[in-house]
Design a protein around this ligand. Structure first.
Ligand code: ADP
Length: 362
């Protein structure tokens, strides 16, 4: 099948009992996109995926795949295929019959479906194990069988629900590289649910950050990381400090605002009046330690914790009214002037490293 665009149009999911799992979301996923639905547990990622797959009914709104509205179509008629978290392989069938299963359901004869299954196993480099049963395969191999089984229906879009969650950290990285390669090779869209921002950034062309049933931001990984739309996104993506307060003064260059502890910061914000709330983000690696603070772009912080991360050292600090402030220093910089818990140090950043956040949907 030809790759096709997916359009989610004003979709809401209300479960019986009143939970609004997905709340009026709209999203366009261009054909041939690796899209990751990213967010904390319970934010509505799997429900969104299941509604696209047709495994969950839609309370309001529509889903379009290419020119077809698929909202009320059964899963097998949508042009989508789903790979489940548990792989859901049949233990009593060998790899070939597991992969061929959906063709059997469609009435394809045995020789044709087994030949096609073998092609799919070749695609995921598992043809040499075609006669094994799932119990005779490693976790990574089972995952590839599940992938081949989903791809045998020649879908326009492959849906993957936490496909890497059962794998150990080394295998995770290898399999995610294989997934990306496969997606590029097939040219179809993959929609991949994950709660790992690292996984989403490594894989996706389009990262969709969800929170409490809403989409907070949908953009390329670099955009989501460097220009998070909200404090939620900045905190969830990590490696950002969020400073919040109320505007005190407004001038040509922007505004000054005061955090709850009384420290004043500058922000190049437009269209704000004194008294209004504001939130900004500054990347952890853009904060300098030990240089005299610029007015409005710095403060004195008290070292609370030091974590060695290899290439970087992360120093957590506190200041009046400022929680969760962290600075990442290159390893060599840190060890040329090591810091200890309890040290009071000047912190500063460049005005151009201040990023204004919108108020969150939550
Ligand atoms: P995620 O995949 O982001 O962890 P889900 O889409 O699974 O989130 O769930 C979103 C919300 O919907 C959660 O509050 C969850 O408890 C609720 N939910 C999920 N499935 C059901 C269901 N079958 N019945 C009722 N509530 C559900």
């Amino acid at each position: 099948m030809e790759p096709a665009q997916i359009e989610v149009i004003g979709v809401t999911k209300r479960y019986t009992g009143g939970t609004v799992a997905v709340d009026d979301i709209s999203l366009k996923i261009p054909a041939g996109t690796y899209c990751c639905l990213l967010g904390p547990s319970g934010c509505g990622k799997s429900t969104t995926l299941r509604m696209i797959a047709g495994h969950e009914s839609i309370s309001e709104g529509h889903i379009r795949l290419g020119d077809t509205v698929v909202t009320d179509l059964p899963p097998a008629q949508r042009g989508t295929a789903m790979m489940f978290q548990s792989y859901a392989l049949f233990p009593h069938l060998d790899c070939t019959d597991n992969v061929a299963f959906s063709l059997k359901m469609r009435g394809v004869d045995k020789t044709a479906r087994r030949a096609r299954a073998l092609d799919m196993l070749k695609l995921v480099q598992l043809d040499h194990l075609a006669e094994r049963r799932p119990a005779q395969l490693s976790g990574g191999q089972q995952q590839r069988v599940a992938l081949a089984r989903a791809l045998i229906t020649d879908p326009q879009v492959l849906l993957l629900d936490e496909p890497l969650s059962a794998l150990d950290p080394f295998l995770k990285i290898r399999v995610r590289q294989e997934l990306k390669k496969l997606q590029l090779q097939l040219g179809i869209s993959f929609i991949h649910v994950t709660h790992s921002q690292e996984e989403a950034m490594a894989l996706a062309d389009l990262v969709v950050v969800m929170n409490q049933g809403k989409i907070e931001q949908a953009a390329a990984p670099r955009e989501v990381f460097n220009r998070p739309s909200t404090a939620f996104v900045a905190k969830f993506m990590g490696d950002h400090n969020v400073l919040a307060g109320r505007v005190t003064t407004v001038d040509g260059a922007g505004v000054q605002f005061e955090a709850p502890g009384g420290i004043s910061f500058n922000a190049p914000a437009k269209d704000l009046q004194p008294g209004q709330p504001i939130e900004i983000a500054v990347r952890n690696d853009r904060v300098k330690i030990g240089q005299p603070p610029r007015k409005g772009c710095g403060m004195t912080g008290l070292v609370q914790n030091v974590e060695y991360h290899g290439q970087k050292v992360q120093v957590s600090l506190s200041a009046p009214g400022v929680d969760d402030f962290a600075v990442q220093l290159p390893e060599t910089d840190f060890f040329s002037a090591p810091l200890a818990i309890g040290d009071a140090v000047p912190l500063t950043w460049a005005p151009e490293d201040v990023h204004i956040l919108k108020s969150s949907v939550a």
